[in-house]
Design a protein around this ligand. Structure first.
Ligand code: HEM
Length: 525
């Protein structure tokens, strides 16, 4: 009996030893392969072994500066993870972000897809499958071109009215200090709500994030930012049924708002059709003139777009179009307020406009709103917005792509298939070889120098809106909003910044600013 026991123990020990040996060998093989694969790409030591290192960098909220430091030290191509490479030279933009398909988004984007019981729901921004992306984007793309978005101008003016009435009552009349960083964000959200489903969230009226939307998005970013760097860990911690049971994902709140808006509109439309006596619940004759009305029409007319498309289109507008625009609004305004000569030049351009009139149909208090058709022709205002877009992109991590089966050569460096490669807009936009030795500083004049070709090269080197096939769909709309609100503020108010040093920035993929504290006075006619 004891002999049998001894034999069993010996056999178990041998099997355990073999398993241990095989595991250790596999792990060693994996390590060698991992190290070997990108051995020719320089980078910090830890990044060669694990993605946890770059995830930790994001948790510092200063990863944009750290990444820039790496590029200063190691050059244009830097290894940021065992399989991930960051590139800083704008010359590589057409290679990594081509117009043609075949260079898909990397698993970085999985982190943004809210996990729902029954599966995840990709949006235009997050879809990695190129066919699905086409099915989601094609039907709605034309809604975001310049001629379509000009129809949004009345919604912007309507929301400006609400913003300015609040600023007058709460701050001009009382002399209290206003945190413009917050109020620009309230405006950005409420204007997007008005354009998307003809409703404000109530940020402006309440003077607060009373639904917790903005806080929810920032908390979502604090989780998602690091997870984009370690997609495998995200699956374990967040993207499975057990994790979903244990905690509510913050992305779900925005999805819920979108879902409620879609359901409400469908019910409204069905009720109207019924009362019109045609009994056709899908008629959109009386649909409101907003994005959601268009989304529903387009979905029912398109055979290839899935039934849940209006939900993800609405979700996209909220999540991609509000906070991002607020960042550029804040950057533009803050730099104008801290550079009085630039502010004076912009104001002179605006004051000289012949069409600077009160919009009779919306404005109750005599506020003046420059028209988009005029704003778009003002060279110095445009230069200031271009400079703000360059200096502080709202998204400040490398926008990752997956190297296709052919492999690719980037800035003279070969990257094998499957490598994750990306460019961080914050770093690219400060490329000294392109933007000059003063690339770090605010200087709108750079956008007015040189010939047409030089200016085109500068514009093509800015990564703030992404590039190529997956470039931002809402760029024209975002720029319209920024120019409208900045111009209207400058025309209607004297703004005295209290402490320029109170301004702070943080980055968890998404860039956040605080501390534009000011006193407001109405400008005299
Ligand atoms: C100043 C404001 C904005 C900035 C800086 C910005 C930036 C970006 C960037 C960098 C991307 C590409 C990300 C990537 O490659 O991973 C993107 C994509 C996108 N943006 Fe924007 N965005 C802005 C405003 C808007 C607005 C107002 C909307 C819509 C109302 C919008 C909708 C989208 C959509 C749908 C995509 C996905 C496009 C695709 O994958 O085909 N964005 N944006």
């Amino acid at each position: 009996m004891s002999l049998l026991n001894d034999q069993l123990v010996e056999r178990a020990a041998t099997s355990a030893g073999v398993i241990l040996l095989v595991t250790a060998s596999l792990w060693l093989l994996h390590l060698v392969r991992t190290l070997w694969r990108l051995r020719h790409v320089p980078g910090p030591l830890l990044s060669k072994f694990t993605d946890l290192y770059r995830a930790q960098l994001v948790r510092t909220l200063r990863s944009h500066e750290i990444h820039q430091g790496f590029h200063d030290r190691y050059g244009a191509v830097v290894r940021l993870g065992p399989r991930m490479v960051s590139v800083s030279d704008p010359a590589a933009i057409p290679t990594i972000y081509p117009m043609r398909p075949g260079f898909p988004k990397g698993d970085f984007y999985e982190a943004f897809i809210p996990y729902l019981p029954g599966g995840s729901l990709p949006a235009i921004f997050t879809a990695r499958d190129e066919n699905l992306h086409k099915r989601l984007k094609s039907p709605v793309a034309s809604l975001y071109n310049l001629s379509s978005i000009m129809k949004c101008e009345p919604s912007v003016d309507e929301t400006l009215d609400v913003l300015f009435e609040q600023l007058d009552t709460r701050f001009v009349a009382t002399g209290k200090t206003v945190e413009l960083a917050d109020w620009l964000q309230y405006f950005a959200f409420d204007v997007m709500g008005t354009m998307t489903f003809s409703k404000r969230y109530g940020f402006l009226e309440s003077g607060a994030d009373n639904l917790g939307i903005s806080t929810g998005i920032w908390n979502f970013m604090l989780t998602v930012g690091p997870m984009t760097q370690v997609p495998w860990l995200d699956k374990i911690l967040h993207k499975n049924a057990i994790a979903a049971k244990l905690k509510k994902a913050s992305g779900n709140k925005i999805m819920q708002i979108a879902a409620d808006a879609v359901a409400e509109r469908k019910a409204e439309t069905a009720a109207k059709s019924e009362s019109n006596g045609n009994g056709n619940g899908h008629s959109h004759k009386s649909a409101k003139q907003d994005f959601l009305g268009e989304f529903l029409k387009l979905q029912s007319a398109s055979e290839s777009s899935p039934p849940w498309a209006p939900l993800v289109w609405t979700f996209s507008n909220i999540i991609a179009g509000s906070d991002s625009t607020a960042v550029v609004m804040r950057t533009t305004l803050y730099h104008l307020l801290t550079h009085p000569s630039d502010l004076a030049r912009v104001r002179a351009e605006l004051d000289a406009l012949p069409n600077l009139t009160t919009t009779a149909e919306t404005s109750k208090e005599g506020f003046k709103y420059p028209r988009w058709t005029d704003l778009n022709t003002l060279p110095y205002l445009s230069a200031c917005v271009d400079e703000a877009v360059r200096l502080h992109p709202p998204f400040c991590l490398a926008l990752e792509r997956e190297v296709p089966a052919s492999g690719v050569v980037v800035c003279g460096t070969y990257l094998e298939p499957g490598t994750r490669v990306g460019m961080n807009p914050y770093v690219v936009n400060r490329h000294k070889g392109t933007f000059g030795e003063d690339a770090e500083v605010w200087r709108p004049g750079r956008w007015l120098e040189g010939d047409e070709e030089h200016r085109r090269k500068l514009a093509g080197s800015v990564m703030t809106f992404g590039a190529g096939r997956r470039v931002c769909l809402g760029k024209a709309l975002g720029v319209l909003e920024v120019k409208k609100v900045v111009a209207a503020l400058v025309v209607n108010y004297e703004i005295d910044l209290i402490d320029p040093k109170a301004y702070t920035v943080e980055n968890s993929y998404f860039f956040r600013q605080k501390g534009i504290l000011a006193k407001l006075r109405r400008r005299q006619a």
